[in-house]
Design a protein around this ligand. Structure first.
Ligand SMILES: NC(=O)c1ccc[n+]([C@@H]2O[C@H](COP(=O)([O-])OP(=O)(O)OC[C@H]3O[C@@H](n4cnc5c(N)ncnc54)[C@H](OP(=O)(O)O)[C@@H]3O)[C@@H](O)[C@H]2O)c1
Length: 325
């Protein structure tokens, strides 16, 4: 495994997203023992960056990681997120990045994760009701107290990133980025590079779609957010399958799996990029981390870069309104 810097934070170039172990995807929460083995295998393979959020579950994904990381906390760059649970008001799925809410959130996350510090603490979505300066100021206080080591944002827009970075250095921005979601290349990525902020692409496998294993929307269980996602429904789903097929064909030629090709393409976009593919299976964490060793030729990278765009938004209408604020 190679290591890179997000700002001044060293992380494995491929991380592990823990969300689907407990939340949001088919099979979540069905085999915690395998999920814990997956975390342990990731650490053995050199993964350091592990990603969760208080909203995943809510709470149970952080609890699961707390269990998995007992006695191994020092091996991990532990990242979690606040701001999608309004603790003193409307509860889960309501944005609140006010300083008081952050104070409540951090104590809960520390407790569930079984640690005295969070290595990378992200605002999950920009809160239109709290100026970003107040939010970052509150997290900066947690840095001063040693409860948080680095500050991150998720799906923030360029102006917000600049304003946040002026208050306290932002180490990383976590946003959706993959072969079929490339919106941030135009406006966000240049700002990150100008300011020396790292990028953590979430859903780097397109929520599994780019791996070629998602072939039928009827396979999504109740609670799987892909059921209401425009890219995964109806005609869009069928049309997008052609994209997955193309990735599969390129992977076969490259002697790799589609997941590895999708990850290797992301890694080729720069040494300031550390994707966090999600899996709850030991076998897949080995497959995904092996993408670190895959070298794609310039011709293959160019073919991947010119794949036709996906059809459909990446989120529901309400979800889209929360992006790049
Ligand atoms: N900041 C945000 O707003 C935000 C939003 C979404 C996600 N995230 C973070 O990003 C992480 C990853 O995103 P994600 O889980 O949405 O999407 P993803 O990493 O693109 O895809 C995960 C899906 O792909 C499957 N998969 C993984 N490796 C595979 C392989 N080699 N072959 C076939 N299938 C494979 C997984 O199934 P199995 O588990 O069954 O292997 C899972 O269903 C999350 O865990 C979370 O930490 C952040």
């Amino acid at each position: 495994m190679k290591y890179i810097n997000l700002g001044d934070l060293e992380v494995s170039r491929i991380g592990l997203g823990a969300m689907g172990m407990s939340h949001g995807l088919t099979g979540a929460g069905t085999d915690d023992a395998e999920s814990i083995r997956t975390v342990h295998r990731a650490l053995e393979l050199g993964v350091t960056l592990i990603d969760t959020a208080e909203i995943y579950g809510p709470y149970i994904n952080e609890e699961l990681l707390g269990q998995a990381l007992k006695g191994r906390r020092d091996q991990v760059v532990l990242a979690t997120k606040f701001g999608m649970i309004a603790h003193s008001g409307a509860g889960p799925w309501n944005l609140d990045s006010s300083p008081a809410n952050i104070r409540t959130a951090v104590e809960g996350s520390l407790k569930r994760l079984g640690t005295d510090h969070i290595d990378l603490y992200y605002q999950h979505r920009v809160d239109p009701d709290t100026p970003i300066e107040e939010t970052v100021g509150a997290v900066a206080e947690l840095v001063a107290e040693g409860k948080v080591r680095h500050i991150g944002l998720s799906e923030a827009g360029p102006d917000t990133i600049r304003r946040a970075h002026a208050v306290h250095p932002i180490t990383a921005v976590q946003s959706e980025y993959s072969l079929w979601t490339r919106g941030l290349e135009e406006r966000v990525l240049p700002v990150l590079r100008e300011l020396g902020i790292g990028l953590v692409p979430f859903s780097p496998l397109g929520h599994g779609f780019l791996t070629g294993t998602v072939r039928d929307e009827a396979d999504f269980e109740e609670g799987d957010f892909r059921r209401g996602n425009p890219r995964f429904t109806g005609e869009n789903f069928q049309r997008n399958l052609r994209l997955a097929d193309e990735v599969q064909a390129i992977a076969a030629e490259a002697g790799a799996t589609p997941a590895q090709v999708a990850l290797a393409w992301l890694l080729a976009q720069g040494d300031d990029i550390a994707p966090i593919p999600g899996t709850k299976r030991v076998s897949r964490v080995a497959e995904n981390t092996a993408a670190d060793r895959l070298r794609l030729t310039p011709e293959v990278l160019a073919r991947l870069s010119s794949l036709p765009p996906a059809v459909g938004d990446t989120h529901t209408e309400a979800g889209m309104r929360m992006l790049e604020r």
